[in-house]
Write a protein that binds this ligand. Structure first.
Ligand code: RIB
Ligand code: CA
Length: 328
C-alpha cells in the first residue's frame, strides 16, 4: 500500500481529488490536513468531512492554518469584488468562494453527519507522521502551502523524509487564474510557497496550465460521468454548480476544470505525465502585479538547484479513464 497525506482547502475540486485517493485500492490515506484557501478553515473541514462521508470510509481530518503565514485573509463572495480586490494590489489574501460557492461545494446544500475532527492540529500530525514513516509518505497539496511551511518550520528535517510532494500550484507557462501572473494557491500564501519550494523537498509541480489544457470537462465528458449512474460521479459533478456557471460566463461553454484532481491523478499514476522538466522555480513574494508568480527558469539562467519537476504536459485520456474508473 502507498501511504498518502492530503493537504487541502476543500472546495469543489479538492473534493474530487480526495475521492480519487480514497477510492484507489493501492492507497492508504493516513490523514487529511485542512488549510484556509478556497473557503475559511472551518468550512474546509466541513467539506472534507462531507466528502469522506460520501465514501463511507473513516479517515482522520486535522485542522491547520486559518490564515496565511504573514498575510491577513478575508472572505469575498462575489467575483466582481474578488477581481477588484486583486486589482487593488492589496497584500491581503482572499477566499475563492466566488469560484466554488460560498460553502465551497457549489452551494447545493451539501451537509455532513460527521462533525468530529482530530484534537491534534495538522502541523503536529504532519511532523509526527512523517517522522514515523521516513521516506514512505507521498504528500499531495491541493491548497495554499501554509500548513507545509509551518510543518517545515517546526521540523526542517522532514524535507528529506517525505518520499515525494505533489503540489497543485503555480503554472509552467506563465498563465495566471487570479491575476495575469499568479495561480490561486500560490497567490494566497506566496511566503509559504517560497519556503516549501526552497526547502529541498522533492516536488512535482502540477500547475494550473495542466488543468485548463488537460483536465477541462465539457458536455461529453460530463455526460460520460453521469452515465456511470454512480453516487460519487454525480456528487463530483453536482458540487461544481457555481464553477460551471462561472465557466459559462468566462469561456462561454458548459463545463469545468479540475486542477486538484489532475494533480492527484498524477500522484496516483505518474504515467499521466507526458512531459516534464527538472527546473528551478522561483516564487515572487513581493506585493504587486506579479505577486504569487511561479517563475520557471527554463534556461537555468540563475544557475540554481533544479528544485522542482515541472509538469508541462499531461494525458487527458488517462486522466479521464482514471476519473471514470475510480468514481464508478
Ligand atoms: O488555482 C486552482 C487551485 O485553487 C485549486 O486547488 C482550487 O481548489 C483552488 O484551491
Ligand atoms: Ca484546492
Amino acid at each position: 500500500m502507498k501511504k498518502f497525506i492530503i493537504d487541502a482547502d476543500t472546495g469543489s475540486d479538492d473534493a474530487v481529488a480526495i475521492l480519487l485517493a480514497l477510492q484507489d485500492p493501492q492507497v492508504d490515506v493516513l490523514g487529511i490536513t485542512v488549510v484556509s484557501g478556497n473557503v475559511p478553515l472551518q468550512q474546509g473541514i466541513i467539506n472534507t468531512l462531507s466528502t469522506i462521508e460520501a465514501t463511507e470510509q473513516n479517515i482522520k481530518v486535522y485542522a491547520g492554518a486559518h490564515k496565511p503565514l504573514v498575510r491577513d485573509y478575508i472572505e469575498i463572495h462575489s467575483l466582481s469584488d474578488f477581481t477588484e480586490h486583486v486589482k487593488s494590489l492589496s497584500p491581503v489574501s482572499a477566499s475563492a468562494q466566488s469560484v466554488h460557492g460560498i460553502d465551497g461545494m457549489g452551494d447545493i446544500g451539501i451537509t455532513s453527519k460527521f462533525s468530529e475532527y482530530e484534537e491534534k492540529n495538522a502541523i503536529d500530525f504532519l511532523v509526527e507522521t512523517i517522522n514515523k514513516n521516513p521516506d514512505e509518505i507521498t504528500l499531495v497539496t491541493l491548497g495554499p502551502l501554509t500548513n507545509i511551511a509551518l510543518a517545515l518550520e517546526k521540523d526542517p528535517s522532514i524535507s528529506t523524509k517525505i518520499k515525494h510532494c505533489y503540489v497543485m500550484g503555480g503554472t509552467s507557462d506563465g498563465t495566471g487564474n487570479v491575476s495575469a501572473a499568479a495561480e490561486f494557491n500560490i497567490w494566497v500564501d506566496p511566503e509559504a510557497a517560497k519556503r516549501v519550494f526552497d526547502s529541498g523537498l522533492k516536488i512535482t509541480m502540477v500547475g494550473w496550465d495542466n488543468s485548463y489544457k488537460y483536465a477541462m470537462l465539457k458536455e461529453d465528458e460530463i455526460k460520460k460521468l453521469r452515465a456511470l449512474n454512480s453516487k460519487l460521479a454525480d456528487f463530483s459533478v453536482d458540487i461544481q454548480k457555481v464553477l460551471i456557471n462561472l465557466t459559462k460566463e468566462w469561456y462561454d461553454f458548459y463545463g469545468f476544470d479540475l486542477p486538484d484532481p489532475i494533480t492527484m491523478a498524477i500522484a496516483l499514476d505518474n504515467s499521466i505525465i507526458e512531459e516534464s522538466q527538472d527546473l528551478h522555480v522561483i516564487i515572487d513574494t513581493r506585493d504587486g502585479i506579479t505577486r504569487g508568480q511561479t517563475i520557471v527558469d527554463y534556461f537555468n539562467v540563475e544557475n540554481k538547484n533544479k528544485n522542482t519537476r515541472v509538469v508541462t504536459k499531461s494525458s487527458n485520456k488517462k486522466f479521464m479513464n482514471m476519473l471514470m474508473d475510480l468514481l464508478s
